[in-house]
Ligand binder design. Structure first.
Ligand code: ADP
Length: 484
């Protein structure tokens, strides 16, 4: 046999698989049933209390009056004279019946001869009283009536008598029973109606969730185009649908970018690999005999591998940045030291250009030292790359309120206005024939997108001024570190 707890836990587990709409319906129905049940019981019990209490009050009032009059000699003398025929109305309230029985059991006074005989009343006294009936009087149950009955023995002029008081509590017992059944039926119908309305309402309210599930099931990595229908209401479901659709927009865009990135990266890597393979083939055919071919092949392979390495480094940087795995270790830095360091190295490598440091003012910024150097190097290397030999590259770093302003200017080929935003996109390169005309190898198109990521990470503002054929100036606004 199942123990109580295992039965309960099985029942709880079973309810877990129910739909939310079923759970909510049952919850609402239970609450409504409890409320209705409580209201019905309270109404019926309250009704009984009122009716029984009214009867009790009238009975008590009449008994009290009668007993007071019994001790009033003047009244008793008068009553005697009238042979007890007429007990005035003010003693007994209407509905209260008084019989006077002598010691032999004869009724010598009766104010309502049509009322149930005393013997019948005595025979039908109820042993177990109901909650709402009085303890002071006995309760008589007849087919159609509930009656309060009370006997008081008295002595008068040496004779013993019994005063028998009665008062009908409910004249229509059956009607009361019918009312109770009616209330119960009405309550059950009410509960069923509530269950139906609540169930339909909840089903309707939850219909967007079902469409949500259907759409979510249909979404595949290969097809992120499905969208939820936004319900016309302005409730949580509308918000859910809009949020879900926005999430899909972002996922679709992210996924598209990812695909483009992978295909662009593969494309970029294909060129150096093809070149390396070509030189390797050439070397295997003629390189062994011809010293010149051997040297040319080796240096070409070396240079292509270096380019490829640089490209891979950049790709890895962006991949880490995309996945928030790029470590950025920010510390307070003196920008002048960073600029000086980058400038010195640039002077050594840029043998065909004039590199000038105009101003290099002190200023503490908060950033990652290695990444900040890489940031400045991207602009300087571009300036060298896109400026013909003999051109000038100048660095001007000066303090402004709240910022350090670093201007990197060149006298190179310049960037057209329509390209000035696009140059920050991944793999974007302005017309490669122009680049080649500058006598420099084409870049990867990744430098400025890395610079943009670093800038966003350090709250740096980047703007550029350029004129085709005259030169370009990148203006970097690096926030100064707030003094503690
Ligand atoms: P790349 O590796 O091609 O230099 P970047 O993202 O650094 O990639 O630059 C994107 C494009 O912006 C370059 O291909 C070039 O056309 C243009 N560009 C960047 N810096 C300069 C500059 N100082 N002068 C002229 N063109 C520039």
């Amino acid at each position: 046999m199942l123990s109580k707890t295992s039965l309960l836990s099985r029942l709880i587990n079973y309810t877990k698989s129910w739909q939310i709409s079923t759970k909510l319906t049952i919850m609402y129905a239970t609450v409504i049933a409890l409320l209705l049940g409580f209201t019905c019981v309270a109404t019926v019990v309250g009704m009984y209390f009122v009716i029984y209490h009214q009867a009790e009050m009238e009975m008590s009032f009449s008994i009290k009056n009668a007993m007071e009059k019994r001790n009033d000699p003047e009244f008793m003398a008068q009553a005697d004279e009238e042979k007890l025929k007429d007990i005035p109305d003010e003693i007994l309230l209407p509905g209260v019946v008084l019989r006077v029985e002598d010691s032999k059991g004869n009724i010598i006074y009766d104010n309502d001869r049509h009322f149930v005989p005393v013997e019948d009343l005595r025979k039908n006294i109820v042993e177990n009283k109901s909650l709402w009936s009085s303890d002071k009087y006995q309760l008589v149950r007849l087919k159609h009536f509930m009656i309060y009955y009370h006997e008081i023995p008295v002595e008068y002029r040496g004779e013993k008598y019994t005063l028998c008081f009665s008062r009908v509590i409910t004249a229509e017992r059956l009607m009361f029973a019918q009312i109770q059944v009616g209330v119960l039926v009405a309550a059950i119908i009410g509960i069923l109606l509530v269950v139906a309305i609540v169930y339909l309402g909840i089903k309707r309210a939850f219909s967007p969730i079902r469409s949500f599930i259907r759409i979510a099931k249909s979404i595949e990595v290969s097809d992120l185009s499905a969208r939820m229908e936004v319900p016309p209401s302005h409730d949580e479901m509308t918000e859910l649908a809009t949020t879900f659709n926005r999430m899909l927009d972002r996922l679709e865009e992210g996924f598209r970018q990812q695909c483009r990135f992978v295909s662009d990266a593969s494309h970029e890597l294909r060129t150096p690999v093809t070149v390396i393979k070509g030189y390797a083939d050439m070397l295997s055919r003629w390189g062994k005999e011809d010293e010149e071919t051997l040297q040319e092949g080796i240096s070409a392979i070396k240079s292509e591998s270096e380019d490829m390495q640089e490209l891979i480094e950049k790709l890895l940087f962006l991949a880490r940045a995309d996945q928030n795995r790029q470590i950025v270790n920010k510390t307070p830095l003196n920008l002048a030291d960073v600029v000086n360091d980058v400038y010195k190295k640039m002077q050594v490598t840029a043998t065909e250009h004039v590199v000038r440091l105009m101003r290099n003012e002190e200023g503490t910024i908060f950033g990652d030292k290695v990444i900040m150097k890489q940031f400045l190097r991207i602009f300087l290397e571009n300036a060298i790359k896109y400026t013909p030999a003999g051109g000038t590259i100048s660095i001007d770093s000066h303090a402004m309120p709240g910022f350090m302003c670093v201007e990197i200017a060149d006298t190179g080929i310049g960037i057209a206005k329509e390209d000035s935003e696009k140059v920050f996109q991944r793999f974007y390169r302005v017309d490669s024939s122009r680049t080649k005309a500058a006598g420099q190898p084409g870049g990867t198109g990744l430098g400025l997108s890395i610079a943009r990521w670093i800038a966003d990470n350090h709250d740096i503002g980047i703007s550029l001024e350029s004129e085709l054929g005259k030169g370009t100036k990148f203006i970097l606004m690096i926030p100064l570190m707030e003094k503690p």
